[in-house]
Design a binder for this molecule. Structure first.
Ligand code: FE2
Length: 582
């Protein structure tokens, strides 16, 4: 706890406190004056164009429209993306906005009174894109905090704060970054989002499963007889309307809105933004074998993803066949975040990964033609690794990178137990990436992982025990116990914000988990039963990754549900892998 409190102050960068919604704001009282001064002169902003057929049919919604809060993302030294979405009825398929276009004004400034270095403008929020608003504000001062807000009619949104990155190459003494993933609605509460907001991070990452596609019949813990938080519909998401409504539900959570209002973020999707365990254009196998229908579903999921995030990518065409989300965010000379997409381009998982996700070693795991990132993204990543001059280079991605053979703990099942959906199912592409990290002499490479619903840290090795090189799996497991290869990087995997913890799922996985981690030499840390997120304190000397955990199916005012610090994993500049767990 003491370490976390120490992270609350930011050396070198003035951090304003998060302003609370005031009566003036909510009624549109005094603040209307500054908004009335707004012209259409959006200084350097990229506006979302109105759909021609609907232009002119601007409406003023009756009732609160900013029910989904505000957000900012993908900061640059002079720019940040501001986001909101109008949804007076967020649990309706159309968000309650119907088919009309609506005018939204925006405002950003360095001070809470919106007077210093102020910029403003207005945009049309259209039904084509779910009445979402994306503003690419330019001309901002590097390494600086800002306030922003939106207005529609007489209603003013809550105020968010955001910040720019330092100029490329500029020194930065300290950066506090949250790492989150997997926030299934039905299986827990969002106190970990709130807890992260309270740490006053500079920036945070959402590594996928920000929503799940399930209706009320979906995904709960074995201990749950009914959802912790019910969903008012039973259908899984298939249409863009359903995905929008799903985001409407998830984003209606005050804890998530609090976090979004506290700091900018960068997001990537994992499978549940579309469908469990999907691979490129193939459904995860839980009911949609028709690839044509699945491509339609994927396009709907992709469109709604763009609509509902402050992400710096071009506005996609409606129902996009593909959407490039891999990109880079750099914080001066201190840190580079390479945001990767391990879903859209991957080859199919090598084995039947339903319903258990895990299976025995199969030849497909070492298919030389397999790909996790696709050729173009892999080439881009190699280039970025070659060019990175940052003190810390992060590969922010979805699934567990390090080898985990679930048979190591108990020796059972005798033919191995692997998660085909993770990089274990993509052995050859993984070798290509580890060799790229080594060849390019990347300084302090760190792989950041979501997906697995466990709090974990690994030494990433130059090679792991490959069952092909042993006469039997028993021999491979025996070699694992004393495996001693150099670390080339570290892997930090976050627990889930609220999704069921992986090793609480029952069966062999639950039994095998703890002894497997204990007997896997490159596993540096594991807390397998709790929900969690990771709070990184990044300095030129070290990256201290603090694991904040709780049981999110309990409320935050209970002993089980109150977030606490478990351990801090320390990575040291110039020392590959995990140096210490304290
Ligand atoms: Fe997940």
């Amino acid at each position: 706890m003491a370490a976390i409190r120490a992270l609350g102050t930011h050396a070198g960068v003035g951090v304003p406190s998060l302003p609370l919604m005031t009566d003036e704001m909510s009624t549109g009282g005094l603040d209307r004056r500054s908004f009335l001064a707004l012209g259409a002169a959006a200084t350097g902003a990229v506006l979302v164009p109105a759909t021609p057929a609907l232009a002119g049919r601007t409406v003023r919604a009756s009732g609160p429209v900013f029910t989904l809060g505000v957000a900012s993302g993908d900061p640059l030294p002079d720019s940040v993306i501001l986001w909101t979405r109008l949804a007076p009825q967020p649990l309706e398929l159309d968000g309650g906005m119907g088919k009309a276009t609506a005018t939204v004004e925006w405002e950003i400034a360095r001070d809470e009174a919106f007077t210093v270095e102020r910029q403003s403008g207005s945009v049309e929020a259209t039904p084509t894109y779910g009445h979402s608003v994306h503003i690419d504000v330019k001309g901002l001062t590097p390494d600086t905090w800002y306030y922003y807000r939106f207005k529609h009619g007489s209603e003013i949104s809550t105020v968010g704060r955001t910040r720019t990155t330092p100029e490329l190459g500029a020194s930065m003494s300290r950066l506090v970054v949250g790492q989150t993933s997997c926030a299934n609605w039905q299986s827990g509460y969002y106190q970990l989002y709130s807890d992260l907001a309270a740490q006053q991070p500079d920036y945070w990452l959402a590594l996928g499963d920000y929503i799940y596609e399930y209706g009320n019949k979906g995904y709960m813990r074995p201990s749950q007889t009914k959802p912790t938080r019910p969903i008012p519909w039973t259908d899984e998401t298939h249409t863009v309307w359903q995905y929008r409504r799903q985001y409407g539900l998830y984003r209606s959570a005050p804890e998530l809105q609090e976090l979004h209002a506290a700091a900018p973020y960068s997001v990537i999707w994992d499978d549940h933004e579309v469908d469990n365990n999907f691979a490129a254009s193939k459904s995860g196998g839980d009911g949609q074998k028709d690839r044509v229908k699945f491509r339609k579903r994927r396009a709907a999921g992709f469109q709604a993803f763009w609509e509902n995030h402050a992400i710096r990518i071009p506005q996609p065409e409606p129902m996009p066949r593909r959407m490039k989300i891999y990109r880079e965010i750099t914080w001066g000379s201190l840190a580079t975040y390479l945001m990767l997409d391990g879903r859209q381009y991957r080859s199919d998982q090598p084995g039947d990964n339903t319903p258990a996700d895990f299976g025995k070693w199969v030849k497909g795991m070492v298919d030389p033609k397999a790909t996790m990132l696709g050729a173009n993204q892999e080439a881009w990543l190699n280039e970025r690794l070659a060019d990175s001059t940052s003190r810390w280079t992060y590969m922010a991605q979805q699934t567990v990178f390090s080898d985990v053979n679930g048979s190591v703990g108990l020796g059972l099942p005798a033919d191995g137990l692997y998660n085909y959906d993770s990089w274990d199912g993509y052995w050859v592409p993984r070798e290509r990436l580890t060799s790229s990290i080594t060849t390019n002499q990347v300084r302090n490479p760190v792989i950041l992982t979501g997906d697995f619903h466990c709090n974990l840290a690994f030494d990433v090795l130059e090679s792991w025990p490959d069952p092909q090189n042993f006469p039997s799996m028993a021999e491979c497991i025996k070699a694992t116990l004393t495996w001693d290869k150099p670390a080339i990087a570290a892997e930090i995997a976050t627990g889930a914000i609220s999704s069921p913890t992986f090793f609480g799922e029952g069966g062999v996985v639950e039994l095998a988990g703890p002894p497997t981690l204990a007997k896997t030499p490159w596993a540096a840390y594991g807390e397998l039963l709790g929900n969690g997120y990771v709070l990184h304190e990044v300095t030129p000397e070290a990256n201290r990754a603090t694991y904040r955990v709780c049981q999110a199916n309990f409320k935050s005012d209970t002993t089980e549900g109150k977030p606490r610090t478990d351990k801090t994993v320390v990575l040291v500049d110039g020392v590959p892998g995990v140096s210490e767990v304290v």
